[in-house]
Design a protein. Structure first.
Length: 223
């Protein structure tokens, strides 16, 4: 896996206005495929615009505005998986690298994020790579659609433990998204909340395997 390379491009009309539409294209070389992703050139400028609003919404803080290493690692891990026909949910999709990679591998993907700017970028990035996927603006504590469409074959999440409040929500939500045949793959760079999350997962009876920064979870079904 090579480091992403960036170049300037003209922004598609579907992207949000302002600093978010001043974009560069990142080229990410994954096993067996190349993925091209648009992202804001200056995440700090996107944040400044949000904070200048009369009543800025903290759910729109631009955590989504860059390609985080955990997301690149998770995309790398699924790039060559046999995903054709699989139903995949990505939690906290950000710019959409993981979801786009899964769609390129043949999966049917729903990518969700609490930020509408993130889902807009994900849709544009999917189109730019010649694939389609579904997106939804949805927070972890508003999971009605996710539960309605469960069980999912694979739930993916990269670097979603950056806030303490996410831990109990995910501990509650994840076992409701997959059955005994499904998996959860969560990539984390070692955030402070990771140990708390893993302890709760273990106490809940998940089977857990760690491969690098990726934690693969399966539900324990007792006879």
């Amino acid at each position: 896996m090579n480091s992403p390379r960036s170049s300037s491009v003209a922004p598609p009309s579907e992207l949000p206005p302002g600093a978010a539409s001043d974009v560069v294209q990142e080229t990410i070389q994954l096993p067996g495929r190349t993925v091209r992703m648009l992202r804001p050139r200056d995440g700090a400028a996107v944040l400044d615009e949000l904070l200048a609003e009369d009543d800025p919404d903290e759910d729109r803080l631009p955590f989504w505005a860059e390609l985080w290493p955990a997301g690149v690692a998770l995309a790398d891990a699924i790039a060559t998986r046999p995903l054709a026909g699989r139903r995949i949910l990505e939690l906290g999709c950000g710019l959409g690298l993981v979801s786009v990679t899964a769609a390129l591998a043949g999966a049917s993907v729903l990518a969700i994020d609490r930020s509408p700017e993130a889902t807009a970028f994900t849709a544009v990035n999917a189109a730019g790579n010649g694939v389609t996927l579904d997106t939804a603006v949805c927070a972890f504590d508003q999971p009605e659609r996710l539960l309605r469409e469960a069980p999912w074959d694979l739930v993916l999440a990269a670097d979603v433990l950056y806030e303490q409040r996410n831990v109990p929500m995910l501990v509650w939500l994840l076992p409701r998204l997959v059955d005994a045949t499904g998996e959860v793959w969560l990539a984390d760079p070692g955030r402070a909340m990771l140990s708390t999350f893993l302890a709760a997962v273990d106490a809940s009876g998940w089977r857990r395997e760690q491969v690098g920064t990726i934690h693969r979870l399966r539900r324990q079904i007792h006879s």
